[in-house]
Design a protein around this ligand. Sequence first.
Ligand code: ADP
Ligand code: MG
Length: 344
Amino acid sequence: PIGLSSRYRFSNFIKGSSNELAASAAWSVAQDPGNRFNPFFIYGGVGLGKTHLLHAIGQHIHVHRPHLRIVYQSAERFMNEFISAVRFNQFDQFRARYREQCDVLLIDDIQFIAGRDRTMDEFFHVFNALYEAEKQIVVTADRMPGDMQGMEDRLISRLNWGLVADIKAPDLETRVAILKQKADVDRIDLPDDVALHLATHVRSNVRELEGSLVRVSTFAALKNQPLSREFVSEALGVSAAPAQPAPISIESVQKVVASHFSVRIADLKGPRRHQGISRPRMIAMYLSRQLTGASFPEIGLRFGGKDHSTVINACKRIESIQSEDSELRETVAALRQLLAHEPA
Ligand code: ADP
Ligand code: MG
C-alpha cells in the first residue's frame, strides 16, 4: 500500500518495559483488525517508535490479509489532501479514499490537526464512518488525547473509545538491545562494553541512539580505528570510566539541586508545596534515590521527616514527567553531571 515502509516491522521492533503494552496491543490489532482495540491510540515523545509500530501494523495486515485496503497517512498529509480536495472539487475522491475504500486507517501524528477546525471536522466524519463499518482505526500522537490543545472534545472522546497506550523512553537494557540490532543490520562491529557505554550516555530517544551509533562508527571508520569505549567517550565528550556507584550523599544532592534552582535547602526540607519549590524537592528526592542508594524512608527522613510514600510518589512523578519533557530530562542529566563531580 502507498506510503507503507517495509523497514518498520514487528520483527525488528525491540520490546521492553517502556513499550510493552503498545507493542503487544499493536500486534493484536494487526492479527485481528477491527475486532480487538478500536480505535487504537499510541502516544509518546519523539523518536520512540510510534511510526515504526504504525507501519508494522500496516505491513502485517497487508501481508496476511491482502484483500484489505490500508490507508497510511500523516495527519499533515491528510489535511493537505482534504484542503486540495475541497479547493479542486475532488471531494468525492477524497471521500471514497478515506471512507468507502478504506478498511484500515493508519493516521500518524494526529496532534497536527489540533486547532484546524475544518480538518478536525472532516476527520471526525471519517472516523465515524469507519468506526460504524467496524474498520480498524489506528492513530498516533505525541501526547494523550485529552492533552492535545485545540482538539475538539468530541474527537478526544472518540480517540479514547478504544485502547490508549503510551511509549516511554527505553530503559538501559532495551537501549542496548536496540543498538545491537542496529549494529547487526548496518554490519557495525559493536563490542558489548561499547554498546553499554553508548546506551548509558545516550538515553533520550531511539532515533538519537541509532544516530549516535552511526556517527561514532563512521568516525571510527574514518580514523581507521575499531570502536572502543575510549573512542565513544571522545566522540560523545563523556568520561570513559566504567559507571561506578559514586559515593554521593543526600546532603550534596540537596546542595546542588537547591543552588541550581535558587531555592534554600531549608525549603527543600520544608513543607511548602508551590511549584517553584515542590518541583526541585521532587527532583532532589529522585536524584537521592538514584544516586545515593538510600532507602525511601531514609530519604524521607532527610527531607524534613516526610513519609516514605511521599518520596516514592516524587520519584514516580519525576520519572514520568521526564519521559515526556525533554527539558526536565536535560536538567536532571545536568544535575547528575554536576553531582558526579561534587565531593560527597
Ligand atoms: P516516532 O514516530 O515515535 O517519533 P519512530 O517510529 O520514527 O519514532 O522511531 C525512530 C527510529 O527509532 C526509527 O528508526 C525506528 O525504527 C527506531 N525505533 C524506535 N523504537 C524502536 C524499537 N523499540 N526497536 C527498534 N527500533 C526502534
Ligand atoms: Mg513518527
